[in-house]
Design a protein around this ligand. Structure first.
Ligand SMILES: *Cc1c(COP(=O)(O)O)cnc(C)c1O
Length: 413
Protein backbone atom coordinates (compact mmCIF):
# COMPACT_ATOMS: atom_id res chain seq x y z
CA UNK A 1 0.00 0.00 0.00
CA UNK A 2 1.46 3.35 -0.93
CA UNK A 3 1.63 5.94 1.78
CA UNK A 4 0.97 8.74 -0.68
CA UNK A 5 -2.27 7.35 -2.12
CA UNK A 6 -3.64 6.12 1.17
CA UNK A 7 -4.21 8.99 3.57
CA UNK A 8 -3.21 7.85 7.02
CA UNK A 9 -6.20 6.84 9.13
CA UNK A 10 -6.26 7.41 12.85
CA UNK A 11 -5.90 3.97 14.44
CA UNK A 12 -6.03 3.44 18.17
CA UNK A 13 -3.00 5.02 19.80
CA UNK A 14 -2.99 8.05 17.55
CA UNK A 15 -2.51 11.16 19.68
CA UNK A 16 -5.24 13.79 19.79
CA UNK A 17 -4.93 16.75 17.45
CA UNK A 18 -2.69 19.59 18.74
CA UNK A 19 -4.66 22.82 18.52
CA UNK A 20 -2.19 25.63 19.25
CA UNK A 21 -0.48 27.98 16.79
CA UNK A 22 3.19 27.54 15.86
CA UNK A 23 3.55 31.13 14.71
CA UNK A 24 2.31 32.76 17.93
CA UNK A 25 5.10 34.51 19.80
CA UNK A 26 5.10 35.44 23.46
CA UNK A 27 3.70 38.94 24.01
CA UNK A 28 6.11 41.82 24.44
CA UNK A 29 6.51 42.15 28.23
CA UNK A 30 4.94 45.06 30.10
CA UNK A 31 8.29 46.72 30.91
CA UNK A 32 9.19 46.71 27.22
CA UNK A 33 5.77 48.09 26.32
CA UNK A 34 6.24 50.86 28.89
CA UNK A 35 9.67 51.67 27.42
CA UNK A 36 8.16 51.80 23.92
CA UNK A 37 5.36 54.08 25.11
CA UNK A 38 7.93 56.39 26.71
CA UNK A 39 9.76 56.67 23.37
CA UNK A 40 6.46 57.34 21.59
CA UNK A 41 5.53 60.03 24.14
CA UNK A 42 8.90 61.70 23.64
CA UNK A 43 8.46 61.77 19.86
CA UNK A 44 12.20 61.07 19.60
CA UNK A 45 12.13 57.88 17.58
CA UNK A 46 15.21 58.61 15.49
CA UNK A 47 18.39 57.35 17.13
CA UNK A 48 20.19 60.69 16.79
CA UNK A 49 17.28 62.70 18.19
CA UNK A 50 18.88 63.11 21.62
CA UNK A 51 19.01 65.91 24.16
CA UNK A 52 22.39 66.92 25.60
CA UNK A 53 24.55 63.84 26.26
CA UNK A 54 21.58 61.57 26.74
CA UNK A 55 22.27 58.04 25.50
CA UNK A 56 19.52 57.08 23.04
CA UNK A 57 17.87 53.64 23.48
CA UNK A 58 19.64 52.54 20.26
CA UNK A 59 23.00 53.53 21.74
CA UNK A 60 22.13 51.88 25.05
CA UNK A 61 21.27 48.67 23.24
CA UNK A 62 24.65 48.78 21.48
CA UNK A 63 26.40 49.23 24.80
CA UNK A 64 24.48 46.40 26.49
CA UNK A 65 24.78 43.97 23.59
CA UNK A 66 28.52 44.60 23.26
CA UNK A 67 28.80 43.83 26.99
CA UNK A 68 26.65 40.71 26.63
CA UNK A 69 28.86 39.42 23.83
CA UNK A 70 32.11 40.60 25.35
CA UNK A 71 32.76 42.47 22.08
CA UNK A 72 34.49 45.83 21.89
CA UNK A 73 31.99 47.30 19.46
CA UNK A 74 28.36 46.93 18.48
CA UNK A 75 26.23 48.66 15.85
CA UNK A 76 22.42 48.48 15.80
CA UNK A 77 20.93 48.19 12.30
CA UNK A 78 17.69 47.78 10.42
CA UNK A 79 17.90 43.99 9.97
CA UNK A 80 20.16 40.99 10.31
CA UNK A 81 20.49 40.72 6.54
CA UNK A 82 21.55 44.36 6.37
CA UNK A 83 24.17 43.76 9.09
CA UNK A 84 25.60 40.89 6.99
CA UNK A 85 25.78 43.13 3.94
CA UNK A 86 27.61 46.00 5.57
CA UNK A 87 29.88 43.65 7.50
CA UNK A 88 31.17 42.32 4.19
CA UNK A 89 31.57 45.78 2.71
CA UNK A 90 33.21 47.13 5.83
CA UNK A 91 35.60 44.15 5.85
CA UNK A 92 36.74 45.18 2.38
CA UNK A 93 34.82 42.98 -0.06
CA UNK A 94 35.25 44.18 -3.63
CA UNK A 95 32.73 43.78 -6.45
CA UNK A 96 32.81 40.36 -8.04
CA UNK A 97 34.88 38.70 -5.31
CA UNK A 98 33.97 35.16 -4.23
CA UNK A 99 32.49 34.70 -0.76
CA UNK A 100 32.36 31.21 0.73
CA UNK A 101 29.17 30.31 2.59
CA UNK A 102 27.13 27.32 3.75
CA UNK A 103 24.98 25.76 1.01
CA UNK A 104 22.27 25.28 3.64
CA UNK A 105 21.22 28.64 5.03
CA UNK A 106 18.38 31.11 4.80
CA UNK A 107 17.92 33.21 1.65
CA UNK A 108 19.08 36.52 3.26
CA UNK A 109 22.62 35.12 3.50
CA UNK A 110 23.35 34.62 -0.22
CA UNK A 111 21.17 37.71 -0.66
CA UNK A 112 23.48 39.79 1.53
CA UNK A 113 26.54 38.51 -0.36
CA UNK A 114 24.91 39.48 -3.67
CA UNK A 115 23.87 42.89 -2.30
CA UNK A 116 27.45 43.56 -1.21
CA UNK A 117 28.64 42.73 -4.73
CA UNK A 118 30.08 39.32 -3.86
CA UNK A 119 29.71 35.99 -5.61
CA UNK A 120 28.49 33.18 -3.31
CA UNK A 121 30.56 29.98 -3.41
CA UNK A 122 28.50 27.33 -1.65
CA UNK A 123 30.05 24.83 0.74
CA UNK A 124 28.60 21.41 1.46
CA UNK A 125 27.06 20.63 4.85
CA UNK A 126 27.28 17.46 6.92
CA UNK A 127 24.47 15.27 8.29
CA UNK A 128 24.80 17.29 11.49
CA UNK A 129 23.86 20.39 9.44
CA UNK A 130 27.14 22.26 9.85
CA UNK A 131 29.59 23.42 7.21
CA UNK A 132 31.81 20.62 5.87
CA UNK A 133 35.29 21.79 6.82
CA UNK A 134 37.05 19.60 4.22
CA UNK A 135 34.88 20.99 1.41
CA UNK A 136 35.51 24.46 2.82
CA UNK A 137 39.25 23.96 2.56
CA UNK A 138 39.04 22.61 -0.99
CA UNK A 139 36.81 25.44 -2.23
CA UNK A 140 38.72 28.14 -0.36
CA UNK A 141 41.88 27.00 -2.17
CA UNK A 142 40.16 26.57 -5.55
CA UNK A 143 38.35 29.93 -5.48
CA UNK A 144 41.05 31.96 -3.74
CA UNK A 145 38.25 33.56 -1.68
CA UNK A 146 39.27 35.94 1.12
CA UNK A 147 35.91 35.79 2.93
CA UNK A 148 33.83 33.16 4.66
CA UNK A 149 30.28 34.08 5.61
CA UNK A 150 29.76 31.33 8.18
CA UNK A 151 26.09 30.67 8.80
CA UNK A 152 25.31 28.91 12.08
CA UNK A 153 22.14 27.76 10.37
CA UNK A 154 19.35 26.51 12.65
CA UNK A 155 21.71 27.03 15.59
CA UNK A 156 24.21 24.28 14.75
CA UNK A 157 27.82 25.19 15.49
CA UNK A 158 30.67 23.61 13.57
CA UNK A 159 33.84 22.57 15.39
CA UNK A 160 34.91 26.18 15.86
CA UNK A 161 38.51 25.48 16.88
CA UNK A 162 39.10 23.37 13.79
CA UNK A 163 37.30 25.85 11.57
CA UNK A 164 39.17 28.88 12.88
CA UNK A 165 42.51 27.08 12.64
CA UNK A 166 41.79 26.47 8.95
CA UNK A 167 40.62 30.08 8.45
CA UNK A 168 43.83 31.34 10.06
CA UNK A 169 45.96 29.04 7.95
CA UNK A 170 44.26 30.24 4.74
CA UNK A 171 43.96 33.88 5.81
CA UNK A 172 40.17 33.76 5.50
CA UNK A 173 38.20 36.63 7.03
CA UNK A 174 35.24 35.06 8.82
CA UNK A 175 31.93 36.88 9.24
CA UNK A 176 29.57 34.92 11.48
CA UNK A 177 25.85 34.80 10.77
CA UNK A 178 24.46 34.36 14.29
CA UNK A 179 20.78 34.79 13.44
CA UNK A 180 20.07 31.45 15.17
CA UNK A 181 22.85 31.48 17.76
CA UNK A 182 22.28 34.59 19.83
CA UNK A 183 22.96 33.23 23.34
CA UNK A 184 24.87 30.15 22.12
CA UNK A 185 28.53 29.26 22.75
CA UNK A 186 31.25 26.80 21.74
CA UNK A 187 33.56 25.64 24.53
CA UNK A 188 32.46 28.58 26.61
CA UNK A 189 33.16 31.16 23.88
CA UNK A 190 30.04 32.96 22.66
CA UNK A 191 28.96 32.41 19.10
CA UNK A 192 29.96 35.60 17.31
CA UNK A 193 33.30 35.86 19.13
CA UNK A 194 35.25 33.73 16.64
CA UNK A 195 35.16 35.72 13.40
CA UNK A 196 36.22 39.24 12.43
CA UNK A 197 32.59 40.32 12.83
CA UNK A 198 29.24 38.78 13.74
CA UNK A 199 25.69 39.58 12.70
CA UNK A 200 22.51 39.00 14.69
CA UNK A 201 18.85 39.43 13.86
CA UNK A 202 16.11 40.74 16.13
CA UNK A 203 13.38 39.83 13.68
CA UNK A 204 10.25 38.32 15.27
CA UNK A 205 11.22 34.67 14.78
CA UNK A 206 14.71 34.97 16.31
CA UNK A 207 15.76 35.16 19.97
CA UNK A 208 14.75 38.70 20.81
CA UNK A 209 11.87 40.35 19.00
CA UNK A 210 11.56 43.86 17.61
CA UNK A 211 9.73 42.90 14.44
CA UNK A 212 12.80 43.78 12.39
CA UNK A 213 16.32 44.66 13.47
CA UNK A 214 19.96 43.63 13.43
CA UNK A 215 23.13 43.90 15.51
CA UNK A 216 26.70 43.85 14.23
CA UNK A 217 29.61 43.20 16.61
CA UNK A 218 33.37 43.23 16.12
CA UNK A 219 36.64 44.08 17.87
CA UNK A 220 38.05 45.70 14.72
CA UNK A 221 37.89 49.51 15.00
CA UNK A 222 38.37 50.23 11.31
CA UNK A 223 35.73 47.73 10.23
CA UNK A 224 33.28 49.15 12.75
CA UNK A 225 33.98 52.78 11.80
CA UNK A 226 33.30 51.91 8.18
CA UNK A 227 30.16 49.94 9.09
CA UNK A 228 28.87 52.83 11.19
CA UNK A 229 29.19 55.30 8.31
CA UNK A 230 27.67 52.74 5.92
CA UNK A 231 24.71 52.31 8.29
CA UNK A 232 23.86 55.99 7.87
CA UNK A 233 25.44 57.75 10.82
CA UNK A 234 26.18 60.95 8.88
CA UNK A 235 28.74 62.76 11.06
CA UNK A 236 26.87 61.73 14.23
CA UNK A 237 28.93 58.62 14.88
CA UNK A 238 29.93 60.05 18.27
CA UNK A 239 26.40 59.35 19.54
CA UNK A 240 26.92 55.59 19.54
CA UNK A 241 26.88 53.30 22.55
CA UNK A 242 29.77 50.99 21.67
CA UNK A 243 31.55 52.53 18.70
CA UNK A 244 35.22 53.13 17.92
CA UNK A 245 37.02 56.32 18.97
CA UNK A 246 36.56 59.45 16.84
CA UNK A 247 40.05 59.15 15.40
CA UNK A 248 39.08 55.90 13.66
CA UNK A 249 36.60 57.83 11.52
CA UNK A 250 38.96 60.57 10.32
CA UNK A 251 40.49 58.67 7.41
CA UNK A 252 37.38 57.03 6.06
CA UNK A 253 34.36 59.13 6.93
CA UNK A 254 34.23 61.03 3.63
CA UNK A 255 35.10 58.03 1.50
CA UNK A 256 32.43 55.70 2.81
CA UNK A 257 28.93 55.84 1.29
CA UNK A 258 25.84 56.23 3.46
CA UNK A 259 23.68 53.16 2.86
CA UNK A 260 21.00 54.02 5.39
CA UNK A 261 19.96 51.09 7.55
CA UNK A 262 19.83 52.34 11.13
CA UNK A 263 17.82 50.95 14.00
CA UNK A 264 15.32 53.34 15.60
CA UNK A 265 14.74 53.99 19.30
CA UNK A 266 11.36 52.29 19.40
CA UNK A 267 12.82 48.93 18.43
CA UNK A 268 15.82 49.40 20.70
CA UNK A 269 13.54 50.27 23.64
CA UNK A 270 11.64 46.99 23.38
CA UNK A 271 14.84 44.99 22.89
CA UNK A 272 16.62 46.24 26.02
CA UNK A 273 14.42 44.38 28.55
CA UNK A 274 14.38 41.32 26.27
CA UNK A 275 18.16 41.20 26.17
CA UNK A 276 18.19 41.14 29.97
CA UNK A 277 16.01 38.00 29.86
CA UNK A 278 17.76 36.27 26.95
CA UNK A 279 19.74 33.72 28.97
CA UNK A 280 16.65 32.77 30.93
CA UNK A 281 14.81 32.17 27.66
CA UNK A 282 17.69 30.12 26.29
CA UNK A 283 17.10 27.71 29.17
CA UNK A 284 13.37 27.66 28.45
CA UNK A 285 14.03 26.83 24.78
CA UNK A 286 16.47 24.10 25.69
CA UNK A 287 14.11 22.41 28.15
CA UNK A 288 11.56 22.25 25.35
CA UNK A 289 14.11 21.07 22.80
CA UNK A 290 15.22 18.21 25.07
CA UNK A 291 11.65 16.98 25.58
CA UNK A 292 11.14 16.66 21.81
CA UNK A 293 14.62 15.31 21.17
CA UNK A 294 14.26 12.56 23.79
CA UNK A 295 11.04 11.28 22.19
CA UNK A 296 12.31 11.47 18.60
CA UNK A 297 15.47 9.59 19.52
CA UNK A 298 13.26 6.57 20.18
CA UNK A 299 12.15 6.51 16.53
CA UNK A 300 14.57 4.34 14.60
CA UNK A 301 13.72 5.83 11.19
CA UNK A 302 14.77 9.32 12.31
CA UNK A 303 18.27 10.72 12.79
CA UNK A 304 18.82 13.68 15.09
CA UNK A 305 21.85 15.85 14.43
CA UNK A 306 24.58 15.19 16.98
CA UNK A 307 25.00 18.09 19.40
CA UNK A 308 28.67 17.91 20.41
CA UNK A 309 29.59 18.41 24.06
CA UNK A 310 31.38 21.78 23.49
CA UNK A 311 28.22 23.20 21.89
CA UNK A 312 25.97 25.28 24.13
CA UNK A 313 23.06 25.62 21.76
CA UNK A 314 19.79 27.53 21.79
CA UNK A 315 17.00 25.07 20.97
CA UNK A 316 14.66 27.58 19.37
CA UNK A 317 14.01 25.08 16.57
CA UNK A 318 14.60 21.38 16.07
CA UNK A 319 15.76 19.46 13.01
CA UNK A 320 15.66 15.77 12.23
CA UNK A 321 16.46 13.64 9.22
CA UNK A 322 14.54 10.79 7.67
CA UNK A 323 17.44 9.47 5.59
CA UNK A 324 16.45 8.04 2.22
CA UNK A 325 12.83 9.22 2.38
CA UNK A 326 11.31 9.82 -1.06
CA UNK A 327 9.08 12.71 -2.04
CA UNK A 328 5.79 10.81 -1.80
CA UNK A 329 6.57 9.56 1.69
CA UNK A 330 7.86 12.93 2.83
CA UNK A 331 4.59 14.50 1.65
CA UNK A 332 2.59 11.78 3.41
CA UNK A 333 4.52 12.37 6.64
CA UNK A 334 3.93 16.14 6.43
CA UNK A 335 0.26 15.52 5.75
CA UNK A 336 -0.08 13.11 8.70
CA UNK A 337 1.50 15.55 11.15
CA UNK A 338 -0.40 18.52 9.70
CA UNK A 339 -3.71 16.71 10.21
CA UNK A 340 -2.78 16.36 13.85
CA UNK A 341 -1.99 20.08 14.09
CA UNK A 342 1.82 19.98 13.80
CA UNK A 343 3.28 22.12 11.06
CA UNK A 344 6.68 20.77 10.02
CA UNK A 345 8.95 22.29 7.39
CA UNK A 346 10.65 20.08 4.86
CA UNK A 347 13.80 21.25 3.08
CA UNK A 348 13.56 18.64 0.33
CA UNK A 349 10.63 20.21 -1.53
CA UNK A 350 11.23 21.07 -5.18
CA UNK A 351 9.74 24.55 -4.77
CA UNK A 352 10.54 26.95 -1.91
CA UNK A 353 7.77 27.24 0.72
CA UNK A 354 7.42 30.05 3.30
CA UNK A 355 10.84 30.66 4.92
CA UNK A 356 12.43 27.46 3.61
CA UNK A 357 14.43 27.46 0.42
CA UNK A 358 17.29 25.56 -1.11
CA UNK A 359 20.29 26.76 -3.08
CA UNK A 360 18.50 25.70 -6.28
CA UNK A 361 15.98 28.47 -5.80
CA UNK A 362 18.70 31.17 -5.60
CA UNK A 363 18.94 31.67 -9.36
CA UNK A 364 21.08 34.79 -9.09
CA UNK A 365 23.84 32.55 -7.69
CA UNK A 366 25.96 30.56 -10.18
CA UNK A 367 24.54 27.02 -10.19
CA UNK A 368 26.74 24.70 -8.14
CA UNK A 369 26.84 20.93 -7.64
CA UNK A 370 26.21 20.05 -3.98
CA UNK A 371 25.32 16.36 -3.88
CA UNK A 372 25.95 15.87 -0.15
CA UNK A 373 23.88 18.89 0.83
CA UNK A 374 21.09 17.85 -1.54
CA UNK A 375 21.03 14.36 0.00
CA UNK A 376 20.79 15.84 3.50
CA UNK A 377 18.10 18.37 2.55
CA UNK A 378 16.00 15.67 0.84
CA UNK A 379 15.34 14.10 4.24
CA UNK A 380 15.49 17.16 6.46
CA UNK A 381 12.52 18.29 8.58
CA UNK A 382 12.38 21.28 10.82
CA UNK A 383 10.12 22.67 13.48
CA UNK A 384 10.22 26.00 15.25
CA UNK A 385 9.95 25.81 19.07
CA UNK A 386 7.80 28.70 20.26
CA UNK A 387 8.07 29.52 23.96
CA UNK A 388 4.30 29.90 24.07
CA UNK A 389 3.97 26.09 24.37
CA UNK A 390 4.50 24.24 27.66
CA UNK A 391 6.63 21.14 28.19
CA UNK A 392 3.44 19.08 28.15
CA UNK A 393 2.50 20.65 24.83
CA UNK A 394 5.85 19.51 23.48
CA UNK A 395 5.37 15.98 24.83
CA UNK A 396 2.15 15.97 22.81
CA UNK A 397 3.79 17.44 19.69
CA UNK A 398 6.71 15.00 19.88
CA UNK A 399 4.27 12.10 20.21
CA UNK A 400 2.49 13.21 17.04
CA UNK A 401 5.76 13.38 15.10
CA UNK A 402 7.00 10.07 16.48
CA UNK A 403 3.77 8.18 15.82
CA UNK A 404 3.46 9.62 12.29
CA UNK A 405 7.05 8.67 11.48
CA UNK A 406 6.59 5.17 12.90
CA UNK A 407 3.37 4.61 10.94
CA UNK A 408 5.07 5.64 7.74
CA UNK A 409 8.12 3.50 8.42
CA UNK A 410 5.98 0.47 9.16
CA UNK A 411 4.23 0.64 5.78
CA UNK A 412 5.80 -1.17 2.86
CA UNK A 413 6.47 1.39 0.11
C1 LIG B 1 16.70 35.57 9.71
C2 LIG B 1 18.02 35.20 9.21
C3 LIG B 1 18.90 36.15 8.71
C4 LIG B 1 18.56 37.59 8.45
O1 LIG B 1 17.83 38.22 9.36
P1 LIG B 1 16.78 39.39 8.99
O2 LIG B 1 16.82 40.19 10.24
O3 LIG B 1 15.49 38.74 8.71
O4 LIG B 1 17.33 40.13 7.81
C5 LIG B 1 20.17 35.73 8.37
N1 LIG B 1 20.53 34.46 8.46
C6 LIG B 1 19.69 33.51 8.89
C7 LIG B 1 20.19 32.10 8.96
C8 LIG B 1 18.41 33.84 9.26
O5 LIG B 1 17.56 32.89 9.67
Amino acid sequence: MSAASDPIQAPAGTPARFERSFTQQEPIAEDAIAAAVAVLRSGRLHRYNTVGDELSPAAELERNFAAYQGARYCLACASGGYALQIALRAAGLKAGEPVLTNAFTLAPVPGAIAAAGGRPVLIEITEDLVIDIDDLEAKARASGARFLMLSHMRGHLADMERLMALADRLGLIVIEDCAHTMGAAWNGVKSGRFGRAACFSTQTYKHINSGEGGLLTSDDPELMARATILSGSYMLYRCHGAGPADAEFEELRLDTPNQSGRMDNLRAAILLPQLARLDENVERWNERYRVIEARLREVSSLHLPVRPAPEHYVGSSIQFLAPGIDEARAEAFLEATRKLGVDLKWFGAAAPVAFTSSHKSWRYVDPQLLPRTDAVLAGLFDMRIPLTFSLDDYRHVAEIIAVSAQMLASEVP
